[in-house]
Design a binder for this molecule. Sequence first.
Ligand code: ZN
Length: 239
Amino acid sequence: MVIYMNKKVFLAVLVSCLMVFTAFLFIKYKMASQIASQTPINQGNPVIIIDAGHGGVDGGAVGRNGVEEKEINLKIALKLNELLQCTGYNTVMIRTEDICLADDDAKSIKAKKTSDLHNRMAIMKKYEDAIFVSIHQNSYYGSKAAGTQVFYSPNSKESETLADLIQSSVKNGLQPDNKRLTKKADSSIYLLYSAKKTAVMVECGFLSDYDENLKLCNSEYQEQLAFYIAEGIKTFLNE
Ligand SMILES: [Zn+2]
C-alpha cells in the first residue's frame, strides 16, 4: 500500500513536471513563431521586411478552387525571403507560418484583424532603415481581371519608385500582356497609408480568375513571381 502511494505521488510529480515542460516548450515555440523571423542584421545594410498578408483566422480572399489567399501569400513570401537572403540582403519576415498576429485579448474576428495590423505596423516601425514589402493576392468577380499590380504608400516618393520597379520587373519577365499600372494606396490599405518608410504591397494576381488562380497555386510560378519581385527590390536598393 505504501509503495503504491509513493508510486502515485511519483507519477503525479512526473506528470506535473511534464506539463510544466510542455507549457514551457509551447510558450517558447509560440514566441519564436509569432515574433518576426529574422537573420542577423548586417549593420549598414537596409532591412527588407517581408509581410505575408493575412494568416490564422484571417484567410483573405478565396480562390476559384477554394485556396485561401493567406496560404499563397506565405509561399511566395518565403520564396522571396530565400532569394533575398541568398543574395546577402537582410530580411525580416512578419510571419513564417499560418498565424494571426492579434493580441490574446482580441476576441472578435474584427478585433483580431485590427490587432493583427497594429502588430504588423509595430514590427515595421522597429526597423529604421528598412523597406516594407507586403505580399497579397487580388480578387475581383465583377469582370475578367488578371495580372500583378503593385500599390505604394502615399507618404514617400521612394515607395512609388519601388512599386514601379517591381511592377515593370514582373511585367517584363513574366507577364508581357499586363497593362496594369502601380497605384497609390488609400486609407483602406492601413499599413501603406500609415507607413513612415518605403512601403509597397504586391497584389501578385487574381484568385478570382480561373487561369491565374491555378497559376498562383503552382510552386514554379510562385518561384518566378518571387524572383521578379526580388529583382525589382534589388534594382531599387542598388540605385
Ligand atoms: Zn489580401
